[in-house]
Design a protein around this ligand. Sequence first.
Ligand code: AMP
Length: 398
Amino acid sequence: MNKIKKINQIDLRGKRVLIRVDFNVPINGNEISSDFRLKASMKTIKYCIKEKSKIIIMSHLGRPKSNESNLSLHPIYLYLKKYFDKNNVIFSKDCISKKSINISKNLNPTEIHLLENLRFHSGELNNSETFAFKLSQHAEIYINDAFGTSHRSHASNSSILNFFKKKCFGFLMDKEFNCLTNLKLNKKFGIILGGAKVSTKLGMINHFIDKADSIFIGGGMSFTFLKSMNKKIGNSLFEKKMLGIAKDTLEKSISSKTKIFLPEDFVCSKEISSSSNIEEKSINDFAQDDIGLDIGSKTIDLFLNEIKSLEKIIWNGPMGFFEIDLYKNGTAKLAEFISNLSSNNKLTSIIGGGDTVSAIIELGLSNNFTHISTGGGASLKLLSGEKLELVQSWGNND
Ligand code: AMP
């Protein structure tokens, strides 16, 4: 990581720069439903404009099998035209065609050339050298600002490094790494975990046991822990193969400095639907056909009361099935409480994970947290103390 140059350590003036960004945003028809990830890379693009660079931008979008028109980056081209000077933005329908490479070679300073979805070519996911070489023909300098894909080795972030002498991280990458790796653990500090799967968050639990003061477990994943304690969880979701590990983790926490908080009550329904009846139930009162779909009010109080005494919090995963309004209260209450403390500088708050971020954006609270990560899988990996693939490729390449 130390070896990787920062953007301001390279002379970009008047040069052609190829920026790998993560513009994998939700698009409905032609409408971008959240521009959170687009805005996150703007600092880097604006800096290149200030340096009078000729700017080529590349990204993937979704998981296309081939050339799927609904996964075109064209709506992002329209967005960039509105955001910047509309005469300064050009779009190419193929990211490696001769035509597109010629456009890049003939760009004027401060012009922006957006390339079509990288994943329209199989070479991207296959980390193909040939594909990466063609991409590299666009520019003289390579900038990576796509944190969301840094836990993957693809052509545009891995093989491509072989073809550039001058390469660096953008501002977003720098910020993500700073916030997610330089955690000062001397502060009173807690982790909130939610969502459906224990398996994806286990690395983080193991990494922080005996480091964090508290770990709060909500969402569907809490049922795996509760079932491992022989609680009756009705028809709620759980991961059978994780029961042993969940039990071991709870036992490990007893002799550690970390206290694990599990929900005491839930919002239950008999089926998952926006028209279901809901009822709050203690975990000791679950009927066989109850499904726990959100944390209950006693649990919210328990969690908030403890969070109040912390100085730093990392949150990954919703507290319930928040996509349905009936089950989003727990996530919303936590988000409001943490955003309040955070905007009054009483708590440092770091949010990771696509679902938690979507919930916070939907609640209109995204400006109040210390850092909202643009990468779900990448942030989880980094917060689990693991090295990201991108950093390894970069290390091998220097
Ligand atoms: P994950 O990918 O493991 O972070 O899971 C995120 C998903 O977990 C979201 O789509 C939530 O709707 C879902 N989820 C959270 N709590 C529950 C629950 N109690 N029951 C079922 N699904 C849940």
